[in-house]
Design a protein around this ligand. Structure first.
Ligand SMILES: [Fe+2]
Length: 148
């Protein structure tokens, strides 16, 4: 895979993931979990921003971005939603780190992806904390906390 192909794949992945988070946040808000909905909508906005940054970089590199959105499942169960995010981040992080090798000759793209890796790690920490809370205080108590 070339670095351009990879950048296009990243953009498509983040557009898709951002949409998934946004739908999850809307579903949660509709059910009254305002606090959790706000946190997940924030993640959605961050990923949309990342997708746009990748497209901006593609344009800087003389490429034309494409309209593409990787498909993600919509999950209604809150615990399953968090578990999906955990699994997704755990898989994405090593893949993103490995991809840096393709950008040895392109410090700007490399730096951008390094920032994305830091954000993804932060999100993974957030998900871990929430899964731990469920374990420690119990699912029902967790859900009450997330009503906000
Ligand atoms: Fe995500």
């Amino acid at each position: 895979m070339t670095k351009i192909e990879l950048l296009k794949e990243f953009a498509s992945g983040w557009f898709g993931n951002s949409q998934q988070h946004s739908i999850h946040a809307q579903l949660l808000a509709n059910r009254g979990y305002k606090k959790l909905a706000d946190m997940i909508m924030e993640e959605s906005n961050e990923e949309l921003d990342e997708a746009k940054k990748v497209n901006a970089r593609l344009i800087e590199l003389g490429e034309t971005p494409v309209v593409s959105t990787t498909s993600y499942p919509v999950i209604t169960d809150i615990k399953e939603m968090l578990e999906y995010d955990f699994k997704d981040s755990m898989e994405a992080l090593p893949m993103m780190s490995k991809s840096l090798a393709l950008f040895d000759d392109d410090y700007v793209s490399r730096h951008m992806i390094e920032q994305f890796i830091l954000d993804e790690q932060e999100h993974l920490n957030w998900v871990k904390t929430h899964l731990n809370l469920i374990k420690e205080i119990g699912y029902e108590n967790y859900l009450i906390e997330m009503l906000g």
